[in-house]
Design a binder for this molecule. Structure first.
Ligand SMILES: Cc1cc2nc3c(=O)[nH]c(=O)nc-3n(C[C@H](O)[C@H](O)[C@H](O)COP(=O)(O)OP(=O)(O)OC[C@H]3O[C@@H](n4cnc5c(N)ncnc54)[C@H](O)[C@@H]3O)c2cc1C
Length: 490
């Protein structure tokens, strides 16, 4: 019989690692704090409405194809390509910018504000493409054995990209485009990394290439939770047990390694190999009590923005909304500068709205829509209490109603709010940070918490805060990297 692996966490990282390891003959058991699988990739059912709790689309769909293929499975998911990718609305204007993958169509959207858009975008994206392909295997899809190994790998990336490690994404956009709107729209990808374009290195323009040219954005027929569901079904078929409402709070270990994960009731879960899908930095601090990851040190690290999410079941069809929509203000620089450290509710919030019932009608009762609203807010280091959560929800709902010309407020038939406190409490997200550790130069590659423990030879990590980083396809890559390590070492 294969070696026994205990995984703490049934998020995408934990589930995909379990799938890969069972394919290689390991026995796997999963312990999950929440009452159902998926972590941030979760589902909420409310009064006849179904909502994706977190992620609503993904790039690099081929990473899911690779996962299923390498695990000897038919891909159970039906992808739906987003076209337009999304729609952007700026406060005070009726103009909606439809962001198409087709550059000619996109140029039409910007023809009054950005002369020669197509040629400029072509040049910008060609450079982004080169960064993507020059770093994909050398930096992103690789395990590193220490800092020297990482630096050597970085040194093999063509030097022409080096200035973009130190220039901000915003400064880079300034070199190509004159229109403020175009720069703001192209810089939205920085927020997918949980940071602002003023603090995000320009190399991450590669995300513009992934969205606009490479593989685009996709969601899944029937809702994003079908990803979690199909992984859980396959794992059950392979005999993997997932124990819910089971939080790991301690480990039993000696010099030879970890002996057991211990849950909140004191039960010991023994195995040969252990994997944490809990946040790789805070697990080392909170559970392993490592000084390098003490609360004080964790608080000094750079964390991504926290999610403030609202789930609304609304009576009626809202023509002013598409599947994916951004509602932005007119003070982008000022907003981005203050939003990280604000200790009160933002007065004129920027937010994203997803209406999955537009393409998955089964997610809302007939004649209704399911609205998922995401407003990035400061983490719990800055705004410590969310007793006033309804106030921010009301501000957003009123603003949205005005901007789409529909009385949303009077037509709400189901509502739930998840503040950063809820995100922290449900999934152990450190200070409620939505995407985990940020991706500045000092927190990526060998500078990110490693996927192999520093002390225990049989303890590993998978997920958004270890390598390579955050986002669904990147977490799928993370499971591939940790599986490579485990199969090589055990
Ligand atoms: C609001 C929001 C929107 C997002 N939108 C997108 C998007 O559109 N596209 C995209 O690609 N990405 C998106 N992301 C990012 C994406 O959700 C994450 O990068 C990814 O889901 C992280 O997966 P994970 O397995 O690393 O962590 P998680 O999903 O957090 O899973 C970790 C699991 O471990 C469990 N756990 C934690 N501690 C313990 C413990 N001690 N014991 C037992 N169990 C434990 C948790 O409960 C959780 O189930 C979004 C994130 C958020 C918050």
């Amino acid at each position: 019989m294969g070696k026994k692996v205990i995984i703490a966490g049934a998020g995408l990282g934990g589930l995909t690692t379990a799938l890969r390891l069972t394919t290689k003959g390991y026995q796997v058991e999963i312990l999950e704090k929440y009452h159902q699988a998926g972590g941030r990739l979760n589902e909420l059912k409310l009064d006849g409405f179904t909502f994706d709790v977190g992620p609503s689309f993904f790039s690099m769909s081929y990473e899911f194809d690779e996962l299923f293929k390498s695990c000897n499975m038919e891909n159970p998911l039906t992808y739906q390509q987003l076209d337009p990718l999304y729609v952007v609305n700026f406060a005070g204007s009726d103009k909606r910018y439809h962001i198409y993958k087709d550059l000619k169509k996109l140029a039409e959207e910007f023809k009054h504000i950005e002369p020669d858009f197509e040629a400029k975008a072509r040049k910008y994206l060609d450079n982004a493409k080169a960064i993507f392909h020059d770093t994909e295997y050398k930096v992103v899809k690789r395990n590193f054995n220490g800092i020297t190994d990482y630096l050597l790998s970085l040194a093999s990336v063509p030097w022409k990209h080096a200035p973009r490690m130190f220039r901000s994404m915003w400064a880079e956009l300034d070199k190509y485009f004159v229109s403020h709107e175009v720069k703001v729209i192209f810089s939205l990808v920085a927020f997918f990394l949980g940071d602002t374009p003023f603090a995000t290195p320009a190399v991450y323009k590669l995300l513009n290439y992934t969205e606009l040219e490479h593989d685009g954005y996709w969601n899944v027929k029937g809702g994003m939770y079908r990803i979690t569901e199909s992984l859980v079904n396959e794992l059950e078929r392979r005999g993997v047990k997932i124990h819910y409402n089971t939080e790991i709070v301690e480990v039993v270990a000696d010099r030879s390694g970890v002996k057991a994960f211990v849950d909140q009731h004191g039960k010991e879960w023994t195995g040969d190999i252990f994997v944490s899908n809990s946040d790789a930095a805070s697990f080392r601090g909170k559970i392993l009590k490592r000084k390098k990851y003490s609360e004080e040190r964790l608080d000094k690290m750079h964390w991504t923005l926290a999610p403030f999410t609202i789930y609304l079941g609304v009576r009626g069809k809202i023509d002013g909304l598409q599947h994916h929509n951004y509602f932005l203000g007119t003070n982008f620089e000022e907003y981005a500068d203050q939003i990280f450290k604000l200790s009160v509710n933002p007065q004129k919030p920027y937010y994203y709205v997803n209406v999955s019932s537009k393409s998955n009608p089964e997610c809302a009762p007939e004649g209704c829509e399911n609205l998922f609203i995401l407003c990035p807010v400061p983490d719990l280091r800055y705004k410590k209490s969310w007793k006033d959560e309804q106030e921010l929800a009301d501000t957003i709902i009123e603003d949205l109603g005005n901007r789409v010309g529909y009385d949303i407020k009077s037509n709400i038939i189901a509502q739930k709010i998840m503040s950063p406190e809820a995100w922290r409490d449900h999934f152990n997200l450190y200070r409620g940070s939505g995407l985990g550790l940020a991706h500045g130069l000092n927190q990526i590659g060998a500078f990110r918490p490693a996927n192999k423990d520093e002390e225990y030879s049989n303890l590993y990590y998978v997920g958004a805060s270890t390598i390579p980083g955050t986002g669904l396809p990147i977490v799928v890559i993370s499971s591939k990297l940790v599986t490579e390590r485990i199969t090589h070492e055990h």
